[in-house]
Design a protein around this ligand. Structure first.
Ligand SMILES: *Cc1c(COP(=O)(O)O)cnc(C)c1O
Length: 393
């Protein structure tokens, strides 16, 4: 037998293990210092009460003969797909039920979707980026090219007609940069994809952080997108489902390549390799869409947004260049005094016991930048920014 040698081409990710090691060394040497973690990419607030109630009710149903459920539909229960369809309708986007696929989260589907594409495709990935896009394509052995995101384009690269590619990853609002495409920006990508017969994989995991209807929270708000884009969404950041696991993927039936509907391919892939998300979890997700549910998750989102505002205001006060913060839980800042990412990491850790994420961990263009998150608690965010203000002149 032969192993998949593509795995040998994966670059080891030392980002979070190096952070953990440095933090452990610091706390051992400074047991009396109160460390504040502003590097986490995970939510911290608990599930909304409506969600917890739905989980309990669904669990009770599973324990009663009359309401017990076994295998569900692979693409998800209609009660949840109906809610998602209505959610899109409120954005003036018309999506059919059989274009919605319930998943156990965006990460799995972002990787799994590659099953339906040829290995010969060239993939375009922005740099810096969420590492999943790169690694899943390295595992499959596809050719990857990068689109440079940097200060001059506000970390929102636009298509280059001289560059040819078949699969394009776009994440907006972006992790790690917090940058958000305008409708004009996304339109350029949609036009490029249609012209080049490419497919856009649009990661909308942070769509709920968008606070202006002027900014697109779905790529389908852009004319033509249903002919060239697949959208990935998740309840992880929207409703604290990082440990509960549920998301959805939209594959429009109008997305046709070589005469084939990609929706049909994805349906076939999912019915073969996936057996759906637990009924209990789908009930939990559906509860988010109730009036009460929407109110409760918005309270949590506002809490994070207020943290983001506190961080952004500190950067403004210090004259530090950054992206994100307003429509994103992330603030992506330029390290002061031309420090490199890891240099700045050490500087914050040793001087003020604040931990962030070095931008260098997200790609070549990330060096010299630093990610702070608003997923912590209020008191710590305020205290971290107080220390930051004292340290940075
Ligand atoms: C958190 C995150 C997701 C969501 O992943 P899940 O598997 O749904 O938890 C997707 N994309 C990006 C860029 C993320 O940061």
């Amino acid at each position: 037998m032969n192993i998949n040698e593509n795995y040998l081409n994966l670059e080891d990710s030392y980002l979070f293990s190096t952070i953990a090691k440095k933090v452990a060394e610091y706390t051992k040497a400074n047991p009396d210092k109160k460390l504040i973690k502003m590097g986490i990419g995970d939510v911290t607030l608990p599930l909304a009460p409506v969600v917890v109630k739905a989980i309990k009710n669904a669990a009770d149903e599973m324990g009663v003969q009359a309401t017990f459920r076994g295998y569900g539909p692979e693409q998800g229960y209609d009660f949840l797909r109906e809610e998602i369809k209505k959610y899109y309708a409120r954005k003036n986007v018309d999506i059919a039920l059989d274009e919605i696929f319930i998943s156990d989260g965006a990460k799995s589907d972002l990787g799994n979707i590659l099953d339906i594409f040829s290995l010969d495709n060239t993939v375009l990935i922005p740099d810096p980026v969420y590492p999943v896009y790169v690694d899943t394509n390295v595992m499959a052995g596809r050719k990857i090219i990068f689109a440079d995101a940097n200060e001059s384009n506000g970390f929102l690269p636009l298509p280059d007609d001289n560059v040819k590619c078949d699969i394009i990853y776009i994440c907006s609002p972006n992790n790690p940069t917090g940058a958000v495409y305008t409708k004009d920006g996304l339109k350029k990508w949609v036009d490029y994809a249609i012209k080049n017969d490419a497919v856009i994989l649009f990661d909308a995991a942070y769509e709920c952080f968008i606070k202006s209807s002027e900014l697109p929270s779905s790529i389908y708000e852009i004319e033509g997108a249903k002919k060239c884009a697949i959208e990935f969404c998740s309840f992880s950041k929207t409703a604290g489902f990082t440990g509960t696991r549920c998301g959805y993927t939209v594959v429009p039936k109008t997305l046709v390549r070589q005469g084939q509907m990609l929706n049909k391919f994805w349906t076939r892939r999912q019915t073969t390799k996936f057996n759906g998300v637990p009924y209990i979890v789908q009930k939990a997700a559906a509860a988010i869409f109730s009036e009460e549910g929407q109110k409760q998750i918005k309270e949590n989102l506002s809490y994070y947004s207020e943290n983001a505002k506190i961080i952004s205001e500190t950067m403004d006060k210090k004259g530090i260049w950054y992206t994100g913060g307003k429509h994103s839980p992330y603030i992506w800042l330029k390290c002061p005094n031309n420090m490199k990412s890891w240099e700045f990491f050490d500087y914050l850790l040793t001087n003020i016991a604040v931990v962030g994420t070095p931008g260098a961990g997200f790609g070549r263009n990330g060096d010299g930048y630093f990610r702070l998150t608003s997923f912590g608690n209020r008191e710590n965010t305020i205290e971290a920014m107080r220390r930051f203000s004292e340290l940075i002149n």
